[in-house]
Design a protein around this ligand. Structure first.
Ligand SMILES: [Zn+2]
Ligand SMILES: [Zn+2]
Length: 350
């Protein structure tokens, strides 16, 4: 193998990205080198591509981004024990230190010294990527690469949706992006009684129907939808709200449709501070609030494997595009198109 590889790099602090040729990275004693087979574009990557305020404050150029992928292990560090050359793996993108109080408390996914692949380290939009052994998740050999690649975002949905009792419960999912669509599939698999999916794109809401939504609501078109949800839940509101959009309006409306004593699961990341009536939304409502970041390492992955193996959960409808790696610009344009939005999860193949 040559010692060079193609990679999608954010070379300068400005909009866009470039296809470059760089050295293949070398794994340290505790790391593995992976040949990437499929990699998917995350909302985070679209932020980095666009070079918005968040990326400007967080990303140091030049860097290879991307953190969702599947590939084959081609080289291992000398201390690596759990992974072999030839293994087909996906990766947990949260890189924990292993030693802080939070890690020691069994919550590595929110480690105090957390690093994120492709944000704080060189990412997977490349022919090869290096990850710590601890972040490697072994897949069944027969898992299709495009499915294996999206397990990182699918895992967010598994963690968020199963973080409270969902079987026999009514749920409102805010946000029709991949996170909301995956969550719809998980809620269906887990036996939610009623699944309202709220979003703004007809294209995505239709995928939501395939994923098992009982009712989809286009919040730009349907009026009085908050009252309708409350009516359709016998006047109580839903048992669980999954907030997957990060929009201030959705957060506020989420608390409005939540029944007293219900659970509000917060996953979507607001771009600014959020104004909320704390007393009404949380205290008088007796709301339970759960913040979700990443995936539990590796409880979420274990559950996800079972859901996928049993075919109770099928993420296929959410993967709307598979494009060649070199055509990455097309992928980002599809994702950033808010006028004629016709994409959910986009996978790039190498
Ligand atoms: Zn992601
Ligand atoms: Zn730690």
């Amino acid at each position: 193998m040559s010692n060079k590889m193609k990679a999608i790099m954010k070379r300068e602090p400005k909009m866009g990205a470039e296809l470059v040729v760089v050295d293949i990275p070398e794994p340290s004693d505790s790391e593995v080198l992976v040949k990437v087979i499929a990699t998917s574009i995350c909302g985070t990557d679209a932020h980095i591509y666009k070079w918005d305020r968040w990326s400007q404050s967080r990303i140091k150029t030049p860097m290879i981004f991307g953190h969702e992928f599947a590939g084959e292990v081609v080289k291992i560090g000398r201390n690596v024990r759990g992974v072999k050359v030839g293994d087909f793996i996906s990766a947990e993108s949260h890189i924990p230190c292993g030693y802080c109080k939070v890690c020691r408390n069994g919550q590595m996914h929110i480690c105090t010294n957390l690093k994120i692949l492709g944000v704080d380290t060189q990412g997977c939009f490349a022919e090869y990527v290096v990850i710590p052994e601890i972040c490697a998740w072994k897949n069944n050999k027969d898992m299709p690469p495009h499915i294996a690649a999206v397990q990182e975002p699918l895992g967010n949905a598994v963690y968020a949706t199963l973080s409270s009792e969902i079987t026999g419960r009514s749920v409102a999912i805010f946000g029709d992006g991949p996170a909301g669509l995956f969550s719809t599939g998980v809620a269906r698999a887990a036996g939610a009684s009623m699944i309202f999916l709220l979003g703004t794109y007809e294209f995505n809401l239709n995928i939501g129907k395939k994923m098992g939504a009982s009712r989809t609501i286009n919040v730009l078109q349907e009026v009085e939808y908050i009252n309708k949800i409350i009516e359709e839940t016998e006047g109580d509101g839903v048992d669980v709200v999954l907030e997957m959009s990060g929009a201030e309006k959705a957060i506020n409306e989420g608390f409005k449709v939540l029944r007293k004593g219900g659970t509000f699961v917060a996953f979507g990341i607001p771009s600014d501070e959020v104004k909320l009536n704390f007393a009404e939304a949380l205290i008088f409502k007796g709301a339970n609030v759960i913040g979700i970041n990443g995936r539990e390492m590796f409880r979420t992955w274990v559950k996800m494997k079972e859901l996928l193996n049993s075919k109770k959960l099928d993420p296929e409808p959410v993967i709307t595009h598979q494009i060649p790696f070199e055509k990455f610009n097309e992928g980002f344009e599809l994702m950033l198109d808010t006028k004629d939005h016709k994409a959910a999860k986009i996978v790039m193949r190498l």
